[in-house]
Write a protein that binds this ligand. Structure first.
Ligand code: NDP
Length: 244
C-alpha cells in the first residue's frame, strides 16, 4: 500500500445506496471500506464487489455504538494511517406514517436522531484526525430533500405534504452540522458537503422511487471526488443546489 492510494469509508453500506456508493468509488480507483454494523453482512456485501474485481474491503462499524466506532478508527489508523473520504450514509426512517406529526412518539424521535444525527457527529469527530492526515479529505453527509425547511413550506414542492417529522428534522440537523463543520474547516483542504441522493428505489422506500440505485449513488460519489475548486458547505442533488 502506497500512501498515495486514496482510502474511502462508506457507512451503512451493506445494502441500498451505500453498497452502490462503495462500488462507484472503487470503480474510480479508490480503495473503499464497506462498513456495516454486522461484520458478516459487511463481508458478504464486500465479497460481491471484490468478485467484480474492485478494491473493496469490509469493516465492522455500528455507527450508534461508541466501542464499534473506536475499533473501526483503530483499524483504519493501524492499516492506513489516514482517511481520504468519509461518506456518512447510514440512516433510518422509522416514523409511523399513519400518524400526524403531533402523534409521533418520542421513542421514534430518539431512535431517529441516534442514528441519523448523533452517530454522524460521533463518527465524523472520531475519524477527523485521520481525515486531517489525508492530503485533501472529503466528508459527504447523506442528507435528504426532506431536510429542507424551504421545500416543506413551498406548496408547489412535491414534499409539501410528505410528513415524516423525526426523519425530516434529523436531516435538517445534518444540514446544520454540515454548514458548521465546513465553516470550521474552511481554511483546510477538507471539504464537507451534504447531498440528497434522489428518491431512490431502496428498502427504505419499500422499493419505490423515481430513480434507480446506481443513479442514487451519484450525488455522494460526485461530492466524494470533487477537486480543490469544488464547494464546501453545500447541499446538492446531482450537483444542483437545493434550498436549505
Ligand atoms: P436502506 O434502508 O436501503 O439502507 C440503510 C443502510 O443503513 C443499511 O445498510 C443499514 O444497515 C444501515 N444502517 C442503519 N443503521 C445503522 C447503524 N446503526 N450502523 C451501521 N449501519 C446502519 O436505505 P437507503 O440506501 O435508501 O439510504 C441510504 C441513505 O440515503 C440514508 O441516510 C437515507 O436517509 C438517505 N436517503 C435515502 C433516500 C431514498 O430515496 N432511498 C432519499 C433521501 C435520503 P443494515 O443492513 O444493517 O440494516
Amino acid at each position: 500500500m502506497t500512501t498515495s492510494q486514496k482510502i474511502a469509508l462508506v457507512t451503512g453500506a451493506t445494502r441500498g445506496i451505500g453498497t452502490e456508493t462503495v462500488r462507484q468509488l472503487a470503480q474510480a480507483g479508490v480503495l473503499t471500506l464497506l462498513a456495516g454494523r454486522d461484520a458478516g453482512r459487511a463481508k458478504a456485501a464486500a465479497d460481491k464487489l471484490v468478485a467484480e474485481g474492485l478494491p473493496v474491503e469490509p469493516i465492522a462499524l455500528d455507527v450508534t455504538n461508541p466501542e464499534s466506532i473506536a475499533k473501526a478508527v483503530a483499524e483504519v489508523t493501524s492499516r492506513f494511517g489516514k482517511l481520504d473520504i468519509l461518506v456518512n450514509n447510514a440512516g433510518i426512517m422509522v416514523d409511523d406514517m399513519s400518524k400526524a406529526p403531533s402523534e409521533q412518539t418520542l421513542a421514534v424521535w430518539r431512535e431517529t436522531f441516534d442514528t441519523n444525527v448523533f452517530a454522524v457527529v460521533e463518527v465524523t469527530q472520531a475519524f477527523l484526525p485521520l481525515l486531517k492526515k489525508a492530503e485533501a479529505a472529503r466528508i459527504v453527509n447523506v442528507s435528504s430533500q426532506l431536510g429542507s425547511l424551504a421545500l416543506h413550506q413551498d406548496p408547489s414542492s412535491p414534499i409539501y405534504n410528505f410528513k415524516v417529522p423525526a426523519y425530516d428534522a434529523s436531516k435538517t440537523a445534518i444540514n446544520a452540522w454540515t454548514i458548521h463543520l465546513a465553516h470550521e474547516l474552511r481554511d483546510t483542504p477538507i471539504k464537507v458537503n451534504a447531498i440528497h441522493p434522489g428518491y431512490v428505489q431502496t428498502d427504505m422506500n419499500g422499493g419505490q422511487g423515481d430513480i434507480d440505485v446506481p443513479t442514487g449513488a451519484k450525488s455522494s460519489v460526485g461530492m466524494a471526488l470533487i477537486g480543490a475548486d469544488g464547494p464546501t458547505g453545500s447541499f446538492t442533488y446531482l450537483g444542483k443546489t437545493l434550498p436549505w
